[in-house]
Write a protein that binds this ligand. Structure first.
Ligand code: DQA
Length: 150
């Protein structure tokens, strides 16, 4: 079995730390990556952590995860609300997919209530800020254990 988790991040998440800190907090994506790497190291699992602003690139990364990952954690940013291409790519995965958001999109503008990721995710975590990444890693570890025990 692959021992690599993929954590993929969509548009504008490279600006975490300074982007609307009242909504997304002050931790940077590099801080978050360091924390997740450390957490997974203790379980002997490698991490591929990526961010892209381009929809096609995110689709490529999801396709790569379909071939190589034992779990995918995805914060698709605004593509969550717009991308049928991403929805279709996520259907390629045969491993747990955890949808993640720092904020709670359901409690924000109405356009954020359209969600193309949730229907093809195993589970969703939102509204916990950067802590959500730790929670998603823990949740994905749990889901992988359940799946491998089946
Ligand atoms: C986000 C929520 C999305 O609605 C938004 O477009 C983002 C960030 C979050 O992590 O809260 O870019 O995915």
């Amino acid at each position: 079995m692959s021992k690599t988790f993929y954590i993929l991040n969509g548009p504008n998440l490279n600006r975490l730390g300074t982007r609307e800190p009242e909504v997304y907090g002050t931790e940077t994506l590099a801080d978050i990556e360091a924390k997740c790497t450390k957490l997974l190291e203790t379980h002997g699992i490698n991490l591929k952590f990526c961010q892209t602003n381009a929809e096609g690139e995110l689709v490529n990364q999801v396709q790569e995860a379909a071939d190589k990952a034992c779990a995918l954690i995805l914060n698709a940013g605004a593509y969550t609300h717009t991308s049928i291409a991403l929805h279709d790519a996520l259907k390629l995965l045969n491993v747990p997919v955890v949808e993640l958001h720092l904020s709670n999109p359901a409690a924000r503008e109405s356009f954020r209530r359209t969600n193309y990721v949730a229907p093809v995710a195993t589970a969703s975590i939102c509204g916990f800020g950067a802590l959500g990444y730790d929670m998603a890693v823990t949740a994905a570890l749990h889901l992988v254990k359940i799946k491998t025990a089946q």
